[in-house]
Design a protein around this ligand. Structure first.
Ligand code: HEC
Ligand code: HEC
Length: 191
């Protein structure tokens, strides 16, 4: 009788102990799950900030505005800048551009709907932040862009070289510009 009771007590103690470790294991597991979830959540939040600009995907814009120069991604300038550019096509940096109403409307809608202020791309966000409300007609007048090209590593004559022409010719040096990638890792200044 006596030993039996002892056994019961012993068993109860064992049960209590195992259930306690089991609970601890469960809690630890839950913790891990939660941590994993937070990590996944953080990663997807980072993912939402695009690392590159969206390549130009409007054929009217590409054909019309790409006739003389690189077709700049709309995310490079705020939509108010694009509005100004389109309002002054009779004197476009010394050129007169005669556009029919229909293509002009298509281009205006595309540029304004995709302006820098509605982009989550890092470059667009940085451009917007540096503009502080200004709406220049040149991407090269965006303070962040100007600042990035003041680097001592860029030869003084780089922008005047025949193979480049001017700083407006992004694609002369940014080999991946058409894909919306301006990282310095893909820059090659032509001779
Ligand atoms: C007839 C040729 C021609 C056409 C067509 C043309 N552009 Fe231009 N664009 C120019 C010239 C020239 C410059 C000045 C480039 C320079 O300073 O090196 C320029 C500059 C620009 C710049 C400023 C680039 C910078 O320096 O940051 C933007 C933005 C621009 N054009 C947008 C457009 C848009 C939008 C269209 C279509 C509606 C268009 N362009 C069509 C000739 C043209
Ligand atoms: C003469 C060649 C040349 C031209 C033209 C040029 N760039 Fe650059 N760009 C460079 C170089 C070189 C760097 C790297 C500077 C550094 O960090 O040392 C750079 C850096 C940049 C950066 C920063 C990249 C980073 O990883 O931080 C951006 C954004 C950029 N350029 C955009 C443009 C745009 C937009 C245009 C056209 C309007 C343009 N560039 C025209 C040579 C050029």
């Amino acid at each position: 009788m006596y030993t039996k009771q002892k056994w019961v007590v012993f068993l109860a103690a064992v049960l209590l102990l195992t259930s306690a470790t089991f609970d601890a294991a469960l809690a630890e597991n839950g913790h891990k799950e939660r941590r994993r979830y937070q990590k996944r959540h953080r990663n997807s939040a980072e993912h939402n900030a695009k690392s590159h600009l969206t390549p130009v995907n409007n054929s009217t814009y590409k054909e019309t505005c790409g006739a003389c120069h690189f077709t700049y991604q709309p995310e490079l300038l705020p939509s108010a800048s694009w509005g100004k550019i389109l309002d002054r096509l009779d004197d476009h940096f010394g050129e007169e551009i005669d556009l029919d109403q229909e293509p002009k409307k298509i281009i205006a809608e595309y540029l304004k709907a995709n302006g820098a202020e509605s982009s989550s791309a890092k470059l667009a966000v940085k451009n917007m932040r540096s503009l502080k409300g200004q709406t220049p007609m040149r991407i090269t007048d965006v303070p962040y862009i100007g600042h990035k090209h003041e680097d001592d590593d860029i030869p003084a004559d780089a922008f005047q070289r025949k193979s480049v022409g001017s700083m407006s010719n992004c694609i002369a040096c940014h080999t991946t510009a058409e894909r919306g990638i301006y990282d310095d890792a893909y820059v090659e200044i032509p001779k």
